[in-house]
Design a protein around this ligand. Structure first.
Ligand SMILES: Nc1ncnc2c1ncn2[C@@H]1O[C@H](COP(=O)(O)OP(=O)(O)O)[C@@H](O)[C@H]1O
Ligand SMILES: [Mg+2]
Length: 402
């Protein structure tokens, strides 16, 4: 095998976790490939490097949390979490989110809010000049799979604090009054340690008090929650998450200083997510645009699932890891997914020619015929024929009429 010695060095430095040596050896391999005219291979390596660096750039440096602002004992893996006295179920788990490598990918507004919040913790002295403190309470809401839980981990990791994650199944008890007592015990535990308290699936606890079904107990639970949120104001950081913001009691909203809606990713975010989830495959931009076009409107978690399926299908098909191989794998994966309403995905699943007719006629996807040819493996003459045919129109109209 050509270049085996360099590959060996790359593996060695990778295993040793030596980033500098790794970069140097990869550069050595690139130079050799270029020298020998292996342009395609060199281009693939360059794309891999740039996808990886895009992802890395999204990880901001860790914030040194001022210890005077988050006081409390230090949590360790030996700290025993509180339990429900009747059932013995744990009220929370303790996590140390140090190992997560990558930051979530958001559209600009969400990114600005989260980065801004971390910035506040980076510069508390600037805030103190105007007599305010960094944000301590955050309510995140939005559809499932959009990266809300991941965001809580990201914040805790950047603040260098452990995460106390409430366990809804442990907190909610069928015994009258026990849920409220469990909540009080959970907050007491969280206030004792320097931590981020995460209340995921928050609506299960913070439902509107006027729900006619369970009125007495819910009132008691929400009131306990409100009291404890007030008492926690000067302690660590509190993050609540919900998929059902409309169910939340209005008084709960006011207890959180910042509200962030993480919705479906926009096109730019879908493109970055697709690039990340396809790694170590680094397709050309045309292929990424086609995948993003088919998956518009899906959540980050969905995108990850589809990209993983594309990689599995591609690996087993024996096809090359290039545009046409990925295009074929994408079509296979989309055909296997449960029926979807999104027209481009439907077309590509059942009639790739009609799909190409669609993208050549849609000004929203800025992709040249040359890039479509590279991404699909079709000849340029076939592509211009498909463009003229408008073959997708009857299919789109039929599906709109349904
Ligand atoms: N915005 C995003 N950026 C990066 N990865 C994401 C994003 N949204 C979802 N994911 C992927 O999907 C997984 C599930 O997301 P999660 O945070 O549990 O969603 P939610 O809590 O909103 O339901 C994440 O672990 C991550 O791999
Ligand atoms: Mg979640």
């Amino acid at each position: 095998m050509d270049h085996f010695s360099v590959v060996q060095s790359i593996i060695r430095s990778g295993l040793a976790g030596d980033q500098k040596a790794f970069d140097k050896q990869v550069q050595r391999l690139l130079t050799r490939l270029e020298k020998e005219g292996e342009d395609k291979e060199a281009a693939t390596i360059r794309r891999l490097l740039s996808s990886a660096s895009e992802t890395k750039e999204l990880t901001p440096s860790k914030v040194e949390v001022s210890r005077s602002m988050v006081v409390g004992e230090t949590l360790t893996s030996d700290t025993i979490p509180p339990i429900d006295r009747e059932t013995g179920a744990q009220l929370c788990t303790v996590e140390f989110p140090g190992a997560m490598q990558t930051a979530p990918i958001y559209e600009k507004d969400v990114k600005d809010t989260i980065d801004g919040l971390l910035d506040e913790w980076r510069h508390p002295e600037a805030l103190r000049c105007v007599d305010v403190e960094p944000t301590r309470s955050l309510l995140i809401f939005g559809p499932p799979g959009s990266g809300k839980t991941m965001t809580a981990y990201h914040i805790a990791q950047n603040l260098g604090l452990p995460l106390i994650m409430a366990r809804i199944d442990g907190l909610i008890s069928s015994f009258l009054g026990t849920t409220a007592r469990n909540i009080a015990n959970l907050f007491e535990f969280a206030n004792r340690y320097a931590c981020v308290l995460l209340l995921d699936e928050f609506d299960a606890l913070a439902k509107q008090r006027d729900d006619p079904q369970e009125i007495g107990e819910i009132k008691r639970v929400v009131n306990t929650l409100l009291q404890n949120l007030d008492l926690r104001r000067d302690h660590g950081v509190t993050i609540a998450i919900t998929n059902h913001d409309r169910l939340l009691d209005p008084a709960i909203w006011r207890r959180f200083e910042t509200h962030v809606h993480i919705g479906e990713p926009n096109m730019e975010a879908v493109t970055s997510l697709v690039k990340r989830f396809l790694l170590p495959i680094a397709p050309d931009n045309g292929t990424v645009s086609i995948i993003a076009y088919c998956l518009r409107g899906r959540s980050g978690a969905d995108l990850q699932r589809v990209c993983t399926s594309i990689k599995r299908t591609l690996a087993l098909s024996g096809s090359e890891h290039n545009g046409p191989g990925i295009f074929q794998a994408l079509s296979t994966v989309l055909a296997r997914l449960p029926e979807h309403d999104h027209a481009p995905a439907k077309l590509l699943a059942h009639d790739p020619d009609a799909f190409v007719s669609m993208i050549t006629n849609d000004s929203q996807i800025a992709i040249s015929q040359q890039d479509i040819a590279a991404a699909t493996g079709m000849s340029k003459s076939k592509i211009s024929e498909l463009k003229k045919s408008q073959r997708h129109l009857p299919l789109v109209e039929a599906s709109n009429a349904k």
